[in-house]
Design a protein around this ligand. Sequence first.
Ligand code: XMP
Length: 326
Amino acid sequence: TWTTTSVVEEQVAAIRAQVGSKRAICGLSGGVDSAVAAALVQKAIGDQLTCVYVDHGLMRKGETEQVEKDFVAATGVQLKVVDAAERFLNALKGVSDPEQKRKIIGREFIRVFEQAQAELVAEAGAEGEEVAFLVQGTLYPDIVESGGGTGTANIKSHHNVGGLPDDIEFELVEPLRQLFKDEVRMVGAELGLPEEIVHRQPFPGPGLGIRIVGEVTQDRLDLLREADAIAREELTTAGLDREIWQCPVVLLADVRSVGVQGDGRTYGHPIVLRPVSSEDAMTADWTRMPYDVLARISTRITNEVADVNRVVLDVTSKPPGTIEWE
Ligand code: XMP
């Protein structure tokens, strides 16, 4: 029977058998999945593991600092932070197709991991190591949605599954690939990770890159980051963080509508709020959240974020909508 203790024991043994005395890196995103995967692998192989956090410039406000602080404090893991914002932005230039964006982001992640691995090997004077292990926090639903589940249609390429490049040389270590999110949270708690990490709302690896409908540019990212920070602040203040599974904030970058602010006409972009309730992200319903909280978020975003003159609420369940817009 399934217990978190047996999952931890089984996975620790499997990781040791796979990695042996070699070195592994783990891509850390700030989310629950990669944090739990890293903690599991750390338990199995200790300081043969180095975590790599790629700041792809598609993160939310304050997120990079939070990963550096919280996760290292909680686990004492070795962390390498790579600033790759320019690289991702260049790679995404001119691209608006969602699947293409996902593939580009997945590929760039791997290229940055390869570089980081080479640097770590050189630093350790361990040149000539043949197998490089990459730990990923892939879950069962990521595989199913990327088309890896039997008989299931491909919905979207999760950055760490369908978005991987063909020429990847890493051997993958994916200790969570049979688990659902609620089980991952239980495993994280069993491993002693703090509440703030274990109960963090999901955030996709491709970050704000798949929450800008249209081309990703620096200006659009800055705008969306502001709107997202306001929404998150108000949801937290209202005490809704646990009730809401996650609330993507989406910028419709290619849509404009007419508005009026002060004494003048505006022609700005809409921001979409997408609060959802879910058990495992495979299905979801839109959250009937309090109108006064919605009103506060709308007022603040339209007042504080330049070029946004409309806030709309997504009232679609999954299916037929997915949680993210891309
Ligand atoms: P969808 O949009 O498919 O999302 O309903 C289901 C859940 O998965 C998250 N998501 C991702 N997570 N890499 C991730 O790590 C991805 O490429 C990715 N795409 C979607 C999404 O936020 C939701 O929790």
